[in-house]
Design a protein around this ligand. Structure first.
Ligand code: 0PR
Length: 378
């Protein structure tokens, strides 16, 4: 820190310089992110509430109400009439709180959790933190977890099964109803990681896979407004089907305005809650249907373009994610990067994966296909 403060002008100038180095969603080149440019009202709301801290919510009862309404909206969307929950720092913390509840509900000394091989890497961190042994269940040919595999992974030490509704890599939706049958049969907690898919699946026209609280065994769901919800970061969401789960994750905070906290982080961005609330109100169901519909259209456009150019799709896309491969995918990925495209190369599937977020417009998809065609011609 320099001895004396700088003028506002020079601080802002330095910030601008740094911002110039960053990528920006608007340029349409970010095809590897599950976050997007927040809705304009998310920014306004964030600015309005930027001093608010939900970690001491007695000071900010208005913000606490906004959080409650966002959670209620998510609960209703995911058919959890009595569900309760919180806005947290992201999918990682949401998944952590779910497995903390599962672990604390059990009396097992060496607890294990059954994870699909496609589970998000946040579960590796969580198993490490909570001292859970991960047991990985294999996938079927559509990259969904295979229920027979899940069943094989169950042991007397299993405390939870995780299913994903919209995997980070390929957008696969695990057969949650089938996993639920297993969870109920063995009396095991079932958590659904819908960090990405939770705000996509309900808005896709004529597509109604069952993945939420409608399913008896589902005890908790992760669903993140800062991904497809277009809210400002950090806005993850954790929902529990029943309020009694909260006793399993509560910590006493004796000198705060609230005597208990149910989140891992203490100080918590009220601004993110306000931003999620504002976007929910501004878009409503119809708005999200339009946002998601456009993403799906552009995903289809890309998928068809890849096939026309002779590339192989790894799997027919269901959500706004598409992955393809060529004879030498790794080198193709490098060439695309050299042209300024930010794409993910998934080594375990040897494919290029594209997430078609709301900042990807038709013109960006077309430009990407043109570049791809040019690279292949060289
Ligand atoms: N569960 C699923 C299914 C996810 O896709 C993600 C993140 C998480 C949990 C963890 O969520 P948080 O990162 O909010 O804790 N999915 C993306 C990923 O890791 C996140 C991401 C976002 C990656 C923006 C890149 C990026 O530019 O792949």
């Amino acid at each position: 820190m320099q001895p004396k403060g700088l003028s506002t002008k020079s601080v802002l100038a330095e910030l601008k310089n740094m911002q110039r180095i960053d990528q920006h969603y608007d340029n349409g080149k970010i095809l590897c992110s599950m976050c997007t440019k927040p809705h304009p009202l998310a920014k306004k709301a964030y600015e309005m509430f930027f001093e608010s801290n939900l970690g001491d919510s007695g000071l900010f009862p208005g913000t606490a109400l906004l959080e409650k309404e966002v959670i209620q909206a998510l609960a209703t969307l995911l058919h959890g009439e009595k569900a309760v929950g919180f806005l947290v720092s992201g999918g990682t913390e949401a998944n952590l709180m779910a497995l903390l509840a599962a672990r604390n509900a059990s009396k097992i000394e060496h607890p294990e959790v059954v994870l699909p091989q496609s589970a998000h890497f946040s579960f590796t961190k969580i198993c490490n933190l909570l001292n859970l042994k991960p047991v990985y269940a294999g996938l079927d040919s559509s990259f969904r977890v295979d229920p027979t595999e899940v069943k094989k992974c169950i042991s007397k030490n299993t405390i939870a099964i995780v299913g994903t509704a919209g995997t980070a890599e390929l957008g696969a939706i695990d057969p949650i109803d089938k996993i639920s049958e297993i969870a109920l049969r063995y009396g095991v907690y079932l958590h659904v990681d819908a960090a990405f898919g939770g705000l996509v699946i309900p808005f896709i026209k004529d597509f109604k896979p069952n993945f939420d609280f409608n399913i008896e065994g589902v005890k908790s769901i992760t669903v993140d407004p800062h991904k497809m919800g277009m809210a400002a970061i950090p806005a993850g969401g954790i929902l529990f089907k029943e309020a009694n789960a909260l006793d399993l994750i509560k910590t006493e905070t004796l000198y705060l305005t609230d005597r208990v906290q149910y989140t891992f982080v203490g100080t918590r961005a009220g601004a993110a809650a306000a931003s999620a609330w504002a976007v929910f109100k501004a878009l409503g169901k119809a708005g999200y249907q339009k946002v998601v519909g456009d993403c799906i259209k552009n995903t289809k456009l890309l998928a068809e373009g890849f096939e026309k150019q002779g590339f192989k799709l790894v799997v027919e896309p269901t959500l706004n994610l598409v992955a393809f491969r060529s004879a030498n995918t790794k080198s193709l990925a490098e060439k695309l990067r050299a042209k300024g495209w930010f794409i993910s190369y998934l080594s375990r599937y040897d494919c290029i994966r594209i997430v078609v977020m709301p900042h990807i417009k038709k013109r960006h998809a077309v430009a990407f296909l043109e570049d791809l065609c040019q690279i292949e011609k060289l």
